[in-house]
Design a protein around this ligand. Structure first.
Ligand SMILES: *[C@@H]1O[C@H](CO)[C@@H](O)[C@H](O)[C@H]1NC(C)=O
Ligand SMILES: *[C@@H]1O[C@H](CO)[C@@H](O)[C@H](O)[C@H]1NC(C)=O
Length: 349
């Protein structure tokens, strides 16, 4: 090898090492509902909890953390894909401290929504309070890392937002108040207005790289199918249509805010079509069952109804698209996470 080649190789090696060490994203910071809650609700007086068996049975140590899953949730896999830790801990979990949260933290709360009236249903953390916790986090981060390093983390972190399903299923279509006030189209606009203000607020607080998550095909959750007996327990089309229309509005909001807010890099991450494909063609992805969840009968059980003693709970959750009647299994979460990393988050890698 000539010395020129060696010098070039050294330079190349140096560039590769430096890029690897200086990860572009120093932290994953998460807001949302049960799709991304890692146990904040354990510290809240609510029934929207999952910190007991059989939840977490495929998690490291078989530990029920408060994730609504047999194992890890999408943000855990996203963190790992970014070269960060394999789990994103809950801000209210007392077993973690600010140095853990400096590389990843979730403020999410199962059962919450964009709408304050949604978080009221089960007495969980409203979105505005998730933001207050985030402000508190910024203060602790500055005290711990110093102002300069903290501001760097705040500005370079990837912010992941996954929320909105409960506004429709737990609130609008279940309770009369919002339905009396708004048509579903007007209710969607109301939620989009909250989403807009929320992202503007995050931007004001220093966030730049943000992923806004779309709704899943929420008419195909086993719980919704169970209510559709007249159509052979097929997906509830009305909910899927609302999810698609809301996703289009979120996508439009993304384009609008990228134009309006200086330095913002907002991406829309859409789990709808990949999850629908898995549900419609489970065998293509190595699953046996997509119509019901693994836990219990798989048709209504979630939270405390997902009982360790149920004789019906499946043996191998990897064969099931859904873990309980409302939440995907760990293997589905991994497929969804890989998909959104590949299709929308890759620009931050
Ligand atoms: C939700 O409640 C908070 C706290 O009371 C309030 O500041 C906020 O304006 C409310 N949001 C909406 C959209 O009404
Ligand atoms: C999204 O924006 C496009 C282009 O401005 C518009 O034609 C469409 O109606 C919008 N969709 C929704 C759901 O608002």
């Amino acid at each position: 090898m000539g010395s020129y080649t060696i010098v070039m190789l050294c330079i190349l090696f140096f560039i590769l090492t430096v890029t690897k060490i200086r990860a572009k994203v120093p932290a994953i910071i998460v807001f949302g509902d049960s799709s991304v809650d890692a146990g904040n609700n354990n510290q809240v007086p609510t029934i929207a909890r999952s910190n007991f068996e059989p939840y977490g049975r495929d998690f490291s140590g078989g530990k029920p953390t408060g994730r609504f899953c047999n194992g890890r949730i999408p943000t855990d896999f996203i963190s790992e894909a970014f070269g960060l830790r394999p789990i994103v801990p809950a801000y209210l979990d007392p077993t973690y401290g600010i140095l853990d949260f400096a590389v990843g933290v979730t403020f999410a709360s199962a059962g919450t929504g964009y709408d304050n009236a949604t978080s009221d249903v089960l007495g969980v953390i409203p979105l505005w309070k998730e933001v207050n916790y985030y402000i508190d986090y910024q203060d602790k981060l500055k005290a711990s890392l110093g102002e300069k390093k903290a501001l760097e983390t705040i500005g370079e972190a990837l912010y992941v937002i996954s929320i909105g399903t409960n506004d429709f299923l737990e609130n609008y279509y279940t309770l009369p108040q919002r339905r009396r006030q708004y048509t579903v189209d007007v209710y969607q606009e109301f939620l989009i207005g909250i989403a807009r203000n929320f992202i503007i607020e995050l931007h004001n607080l220093g966030a730049r790289k943000i992923s806004l998550g779309g709704l899943p095909p929420m008419g195909c959750m086993p719980l919704q199918r169970a209510q559709n007996q007249e159509n052979g327990n097929d997906c509830m089309e009305i909910y899927n249509i609302v999810a698609m229309s809301f996703n289009e509005k979120l996508n439009n909001l993304t384009m609008e805010l990228n134009k309006d807010l200086h330095g913002l890099k907002l991406v829309f991450s859409n789990p709808y079509f990949i999850l629908l494909d898995i549900i419609k063609k489970p065998s293509l992805y190595g699953f046996d069952v997509s119509r019901r969840g693994c836990c219990g009968t798989g048709t209504f059980e979630m939270g405390s109804a997902c009982d360790e003693l149920s004789p019906f709970t499946c043996k191998d959750a990897n064969k099931y698209v859904f873990w309980d009647a409302f939440h995907p299994s760990e293997r589905t979460n991994k497929i969804i996470a890989d998909y959104v990393v590949k299709t929308s988050l890759h620009k931050f890698l």
